[in-house]
Write a protein that binds this ligand. Sequence first.
Ligand SMILES: [Fe+2]
Ligand SMILES: [Fe+2]
Length: 135
Amino acid sequence: MAFLEWTNKNKINVRIVDEQHKKLFSLLNALHKATVNGEERSSLTSIMDELIEYTVYHFRTEEKLCKKHGYPNYVAHTAIHNKLTEQALELQQQCRVGSATISFDLLDFMHGWLVNHTTGIDKEVGAHLNKCGIF
Ligand SMILES: [Fe+2]
Ligand SMILES: [Fe+2]
């Protein structure tokens, strides 16, 4: 069983967003697998870099959609994305300078926000976009 299992619960019913969320799930699963297998630090950090880079790209995609379609909680949602990005960048930095290894704490942090976000506030985004005819 994967570390993070994709189910219908994680779907927000907007194709581009669901595809990006799926990719985030699979990057996190790859990071988990590499960690469990005790792979070299350089390969762990490269997966982590890709995960964070793709997270930022995903947030911008979602925010553009929200803005374009007048999502009422655009500002608050963007602020949450920014906060998550800040936390992720901090962890990335700690891994780079060697003050922390990629640990299960980090995996748990990423796991927690991905599940909470896709089953929580991103669902509200999906509902709004669906009302605007975006699927
Ligand atoms: Fe979001
Ligand atoms: Fe999202």
